[in-house]
Design a protein around this ligand. Structure first.
Ligand SMILES: Nc1nc2c(ncn2[C@@H]2O[C@H](COP(=O)(O)OP(=O)(O)OP(=O)(O)O)[C@@H](O)[C@H]2O)c(=O)[nH]1
Ligand SMILES: [Mg+2]
Length: 317
């Protein structure tokens, strides 16, 4: 238990620190929403609705939360405004656990898929390459044989950036020169990884292409080429979203998931933003699990998303 609780304590501290701006924002609004009120009534509920919407939780999810709070207030008759934070924490946590997506336990890989292939997608600048570096670090730390593939060949700096991460973490990278075919890089990476008995392969992709159709076509092409080496690859298509853009991140998730198959989400840059409430909306709305959250630029600043921990950190004392 010793080691485990030590790590979870560190994790909690990073999470609390990362979410501090969002928390400050939510709490200052909540304080105003209940000012001069002792009881949760219709006016407080109206104010609360506004607090949640302006905290980037999103309209649909906010309405669901308000409905739940209303029911609780109707049932419990008299709910003081002091109890509101606890009520919010419980109701949001329950709402999120009802969406049928399971939280991952830690940075683990399914044992029956080797190598497990993760393709990382998302528009430019959201944090794809950084998230790959952090993931590689975690898997390496867990004793896994990790391979990186630099299939963002659109800019020279993109390949270099991933090379720096591969050196920092100490894992091999497969690359070609700038402008080469990304699908060909993916093919080479999977071939090397397979030949070297890798446990996990992480493929970087470009977020910026001439237009959206080109980008989607390219992602499809990369996927199809992967299947020539490993028929059920990619096992994970991880969509990276920049949490600091609030509702834009939500919109991007909508557009991307409509255009291409995505089965995991990562929300980055939650540190230094007050818009962290967007994770609640994303987690509630999409049937695709939020798997990772980014809480800084360092190697250790990626966490496996846990709904309860997240909500506790945001609404805890
Ligand atoms: N504060 C903070 N910064 C982050 C986080 N994740 C990424 N960044 C920063 O965001 C910037 C963009 O990150 P990249 O990883 O290069 O993003 P990308 O999606 O690969 O970008 P393109 O390759 O241009 O499409 C970098 O300066 C990162 O250090 C995070 O969780 N927190
Ligand atoms: Mg990149």
């Amino acid at each position: 238990m010793g080691i485990f609780s030590f790590f979870s304590k560190e994790k909690k501290e990073t999470l609390d620190k990362g979410l501090s701006k969002t928390k400050e924002n939510v709490f200052s609004k909540l304080t105003r929403a209940i000012a001069g009120k002792s009881k949760v009534d219709d006016e407080v509920l109206d104010n609360l609705e506004e607090v949640l919407i302006t905290s980037d939780v999103g309209v649909d999810t906010t309405l669901k939360i308000i409905e739940r709070i209303e029911k609780r207030v109707a049932r419990d008759k008299y709910v003081t405004t002091q109890e509101l934070t606890t009520l919010l924490r419980d109701e949001i946590a329950t709402l999120l656990t009802e969406n049928n997506t399971e939280d991952a336990e830690s940075f683990t890989l399914p044992e029956d898929k080797k190598p497990y292939v993760i393709m990382v997608v998302g528009v430019n600048g959201v944090g794809k390459t950084t998230t790959i570096g952090k993931l590689a670090y975690q898997f390496k730390k867990a004793g896994k044989n990790v391979y990186l593939g630099a299939a963002d060949t659109f800019r020279a700096a993109a390949v270099e950036q991933l090379v720096i991460w591969s050196e920092r973490v100490g894992v091999p990278i497969v690359k070609q020169k700038m402008g080469s075919d990304p699908a060909s890089v993916a093919f080479d990476t999977l071939s090397s990884a397979k030949a070297n008995n890798a446990d996990v392969v992480i493929i970087d992709t470009a977020g910026r292409l001439h237009n959206k159709i080109n980008l989607m076509n390219e992602l499809t092409k990369i996927k199809n080429v992967m299947k020539k080496v490993i028929p059920d690859a990619p096992h994970e298509v991880l969509l990276v979203l920049d949490g600091s853009t609030g509702q834009n991140a939500f919109e991007q998730a909508k557009q991307f998931t409509a255009a291409t198959e995505v089965n995991a989400l990562a929300v980055t840059k939650l540190d230094g933003t007050a818009k962290g409430g967007v994770v609640i909306g994303i987690s509630d709305h999409f049937r695709i699990p939020v798997k990772y959250i980014g809480l800084g630029e360092g190697m250790e600043d990626l966490q496996v998303f846990n709904k309860k921990e997240f909500v506790n950190s945001l609404f805890g004392e």
